[in-house]
Design a protein around this ligand. Structure first.
Ligand code: NAD
Length: 502
């Protein structure tokens, strides 16, 4: 079995303990990877600290040059790397390729931004003073990423951090180490200087070691459980910063003025794309009573039919879940919904044998699970993120205010969408839905890198991606220069130095 390594201080470094990555659709082994330890992380952080002084002295365009090489490779190898994503994380093949396209866009944005203005020229009250807001890199940035966008999200974290002059220590997700290895190879091929980019493979303990280390910023994308613990820990350390982006319990609101020809496909895409394993996937459909019966009939018919199967097959809509533990979690939430008394409409939790493609018997298969329930604030199944194809239909009566109250009735605030032909309803939703990402007459998925991508409430603090992440990886300095021989102070403050009378 091919063995892989960490990449620390310009070297491929073996580890003592290893773990195996498996294709979630087949169980096939994709290779062994070293399990990072506290010592590996400490070595990587030391190397990144040492490399920082020289890296920060390069110009922005010079730093960006390394990333342009990575961009060219991502463009040239989209199909090959997209297939790797599909093999390792089970997303159907067009989604595997889209992961690479998104990564390329992020790298393009970050490298292009190396030639754009940074900071501001700010007026001063005193004509003889020049005042500026200047940015400088924070230092070593720790990056901790999830498995579901194994090439794109690491570049959300690292591309801007590097061009801004930081060095990085990255801990990829344990489910997708082969994709991570491919990123490290791209960095090596681009000739990135030793210690500027470091990758430590492994599990949560290696991630926790990064959080505990002397890194200046922690960029985390993943579950709320882990993200909140990181935010609490880092928040207690003055000068350290954590940008945490987490999950949601997202909803699509379908009003009485919705075009159902648009609402049904929007809901299917929102709920089942990536087998419900997107942070923005919708697990709640809040539907007005006037259109409820027809919407339900059409949505249920679609959920019964969506093609679950080999993610490399272009006819597949939903691939497998990422790992057996996750399939167990989804099964448990489906059981919980039943125990909580919902009315089950579609239950494809266990696929029939003839639905599972030959050679894929060891895949982590699950199909859609759809139920209806009146809104009840005590139901866990409509408030907790399952991260799978587990969908509640919630009927509402009354006005858009009520629908938006239901949309907001979770501790999360990541993504959501409204389907309506009435612009007043859309604008009310736009102004009152508590969300970081909101869509009108679209599925609640989509992440163009030039837009912010972050949540509110328990979902995140809104730093990623692109422009917004600059705040998490740079310091601002207010720099004022006097062009006069005299000192003149703002706000009328006296500059006289008064002395005791003789
Ligand atoms: P996860 O939180 O289990 O793991 C994410 C990363 O954190 C992994 O690299 C993991 O090894 C590491 N980790 C685990 N425990 C840690 C600890 N104690 N300290 C430091 N690091 C630790 O998440 P996952 O299962 O990989 O991803 C799914 C979750 O990510 C879902 O909740 C999804 O909604 C969320 N997500 C959010 C976004 C977003 O942009 N908001 C994007 C993708 C996924």
């Amino acid at each position: 079995m091919a063995s892989h390594a960490h990449y620390i201080d310009g070297e491929w470094v073996e580890g003592e303990e290893t773990f195996v990555s498996e294709n979630p659709a087949t169980g096939e082994s994709l290779g062994a990877f070293p399990r990072g330890t506290e010592e590996d992380v400490a070595t990587a952080v030391d190397a990144a600290e040492e490399a920082f002084e020289e890296w920060r002295e390069l110009s922005y365009p010079n730093r960006a040059e390394y990333l342009w090489d990575v961009y060219e490779e991502l463009k040239a190898r989209t199909d090959e790397l997209g297939e790797l994503v599909t093999r390792e994380c089970g997303k159907e093949i067009s989604e595997g390729q889209a992961d690479i396209v998104e990564a390329a866009h992020m790298v393009e944005w970050a490298a292009g931004n190396g030639r754009h203005p940074h900071g501001d020229v700010v007026p001063s009250e005193i004509a003889a003073k020049d005042a500026y807001m200047r940015r400088s890199p924070r230092g070593v940035v720790g990056c901790i990423t999830p498995w579901n966008f194994p090439i794109a999200i690491p570049f959300w974290h690292m591309a801007v951090a590097l061009v801004e002059g930081n060095t990085v220590v990255w801990k990829p997700a344990e489910q997708t180490p082969k994709c991570a290895h491919a990123i490290a190879e791209l960095m090596v091929d681009a000739g990135i200087p030793d210690g500027v980019f470091n990758m430590v493979q492994g599990f949560g303990d290696a991630g926790a070691a990064i959080v505990d280390s002397d890194v200046e910023s922690v960029l985390f994308t993943g579950s709320a459980e882990v993200g909140h613990s990181i935010a609490n820990e880092v928040g207690g350390t003055p000068g350290k910063l954590a940008a945490c982006e987490m999950g949601g319990k997202n909803a699509v609101v379908v009003t009485e003025h919705a075009d159902l020809d648009l609402a049904v496909p929007a809901a299917v895409l929102s709920s089942f794309k990536t087998t419900g394993q997107r942070c923005v996937s919708s697990e709640r459909l809040i539907v007005h009573t006037d259109v409820y019966d027809e919407f339900k009939e059409r949505f249920v018919a679609a959920a019964e039919k969506v093609a679950v199967g080999d993610p490399l097959d272009e006819g597949t809509f939903m691939g497998p879940l990422i790992e057996p533990e996750h399939r167990e979690k989804v099964r448990k939430y489906n059981d919980l919904a039943r125990e909580e008394g919902v009315e089950v409409l579609v239950d494809r939790t266990e696929l029939d044998d003839d639905e599972i493609p030959d050679g894929h018997e060891d895949g982590h298969w699950v199909g859609p699970f759809v139920y209806e329930t009146p809104y009840d604030p005590d139901l866990r199944c409509i408030h907790e993120e399952v991260f799978g194809p587990h969908v509640a239909l919630i009927e509402y009566d009354g006005d858009i205010e009520h629908a938006v109250d239901l949309q907001n009735a979770t501790p999360y605030g990541l993504a959501g969408s409204i389907i309506s032909e009435d612009y007043r309803q859309i604008n009310y939703y736009r102004d009152h839905a508590e969300l970081g990402l909101a869509y009108g007459n679209l599925p609640c998925i989509g992440a163009e890198v030039q837009l912010p991508f972050g949540g509110v409430k328990k979902s995140g603090n809104g730093y990623p991606s692109a422009r917004e992440i600059i705040e998490a990886v740079t310091e601002r300095t207010a720099w004022t220069l006097n062009n006069s021989k005299d000192i003149e102070m703002a706000q009328g403050l006296s500059a006289d130095i008064k002395v005791e009378e003789e």
